[in-house]
Design a protein around this ligand. Sequence first.
Ligand SMILES: [Zn+2]
Length: 177
Amino acid sequence: MSVVPRFPSMPANPFWSHDSDAAAAAVAALVAWRAELAAWLAGAERDDALSPALATVLLELVRARPSEEFRRFAYRLERMPSPEPPTDPCECLQSLLLWRAGVVDFLSDVWDTLGPAPFDIEECQRAGSLFTPIDSDGGGLCHLCLEPFAGAPSIEHFERCAVQRAWRDDGSASPRA
Ligand SMILES: [Zn+2]
């Protein structure tokens, strides 16, 4: 049985870091992860962890080339960016993490609908674990920006959350709004 690819470990407070070397290493790890995840999603080892429909959505987001049928999915799901050098590694990492946050946000509530949901909560949780850094399973991090909570998750964090701020600055609320 093949190992499920896990989202790589990230530098502490990745949105606020100005450590270019750490950011470049994290970007390289994400590029490697992307290829592993695409192969896993397309392969037989995926078994029944995810429905074919959800696996197809995730595969479209990470595959090297979109399929002919690719279109923007609901919410604000976008294909994983492929920043080109000489992009600043810190900016590059931020764009990748903003993309990740959009996927995580989608998975956190796509099942929570009034009508029939396209995906069930269990498979969304399993899919969410694919986007959770390998060393943060114990929680204690904002699921969107990966900043450690000083205490309990709070409204203060919402105000300073780099992802929430980026979405607000972008002129649109979070994808769930
Ligand atoms: Zn946050």
